[in-house]
Design a protein around this ligand. Structure first.
Ligand SMILES: [Mn+2]
Length: 361
């Protein structure tokens, strides 16, 4: 595995590349261009400037998260074709710059969603929290306003102001899109872009829906083993793969993460792993936790063992962390707890590998 760390750029991240470089085993950052509107081509000069900045710090830029999908593609509108052409050019440009994996998602309107960004934990730290009872009856427009005012001044990934300004209209348009239609629209998109990915040698890695169930009546399809099986077959190419996010899929206890790692790993479809823990408090109520197995509801040893067993050669990153030691950072994306998470994942990986060698003797 190659360990990476998500970074939001010099202008929009409290964390410096020099700090990331000092986390043991980190070889690269997972980056993006945040000033290009969704649907437009990422200009080559901007991609190369980002790559240059990252490489000057002694790190690699081989994973992009995310190149977001324009809503017209997800809605299947006639205007989607021009956005798909732009996406293709984006893939070509990123491929030329040495990018190997593009993480993206196909969630209508909303990206990841939580009901609270700074839920207090008993040890004085705080973490992202989700309570379905609090979310299910809320007006989505009000929820977005709350998110914007409570994110320490940062724009949360997937909550860009331009996209949210037309929220009411977009919600209305989705009334005619059910899960089947969304699958059709994903297939249409993949059929067009995967041949370009094959040529450019850039792998697509879809991120599961977070949380993995429907919200506000909107369809969500990247939620479980059966649906992911279906989507990797929509276009049967290794370039049509996934970002296996343990915390997103793991928010539903019916998703067995080590089993998913083995299943999709054996198919060669996992290109990027997000590894983190969640703690269930009730049905569809959870908070994010430190990576340590004992602190959450997922067994990180079993998850890392599954990655080890499939001889995973792709990219891994710690996902969200708690806010600890008084750090002020983008919710979920502080330095300290994610760095602790990486150290823990490294420890598990080393121990699993060495135990296997001992057993062979
Ligand atoms: Mn994730």
């Amino acid at each position: 595995m190659k360990i990476t760390f998500r970074w939001f750029g010099e202008k929009d991240d409290s964390i410096k590349l020099g700090q990331i470089k000092q986390i043991p085993a980190v070889t690269g950052v997972v980056g993006a261009l945040y000033d290009v509107p969704v649907g437009e081509v990422w200009p080559m000069d901007k991609i190369l400037a980002l790559k240059d900045t990252v490489e000057k710090a002694g790190l690699e830029l081989e994973v992009i998260e995310s190149v977001n999908i324009h809503e017209d593609i997800k809605l299947g509108l006639p205007t989607r074709d021009k956005y798909i052409e732009n996406y293709k050019q984006c893939i070509r440009n990123l491929g030329k710059a040495g990018v190997k994996v593009i993480c993206y998602n196909f969630m209508p309107v909303f990206d990841w969603l939580r009901s609270e960004l700074a839920y207090n934990l008993p040890d004085g730290s705080n973490a992202l929290f989700y309570d379905h009872n609090a979310v299910k009856d809320i007006d989505p427009v009000k929820l977005v306003e709350d998110m914007a005012t409570n994110s320490n001044g940062f724009i949360l990934p997937g909550w860009e102001p331009d996209r949210l300004a037309i929220l009411k209209d977009t919600l209305e348009r989705y009334k005619s899109v059910d899960e089947e239609k969304l699958f059709d629209n994903l297939k249409y998109f993949l059929e067009q872009i995967i041949p370009v990915c094959e040529e450019a040698d850039v792998k697509m890695a879809i991120h599961p829906d977070d949380p993995p169930w429907s919200l506000f009546g909107l369809p969500r399809i990247v939620t479980c083993k059966g649906n992911i099986d279906r989507l990797v077959k929509l276009v049967d190419s290794p370039y049509n793969g996934l970002t296996l996010c343990s915390g997103s899929l793991g928010a539903n206890p019916e998703n067995n993460i080590p089993d998913l790692v083995r299943h999709f790993g054996a198919m060669g479809r996992i290109h990027f792993g997000h590894v983190r823990n969640v703690k269930f408090i009730g049905e569809r109520v959870f908070h994010e936790a430190s990576h340590l197995s004992a602190d959450g509801s997922l067994d990180l040893f079993e998850i890392m063992k599954a990655y080890h067993d499939i001889d995973f050669k792709g990219y891994i990153r710690p996902d969200h962390g708690r806010m600890i030691w008084g750090e002020k950072a983008r919710p979920g994306y502080g330095l300290y707890d994610r760095a602790l998470g990486i150290t823990y994942l490294n420890g598990l990986w080393e121990a699993i590998g060495k135990m296997k060698k001992l057993q062979c003797k």
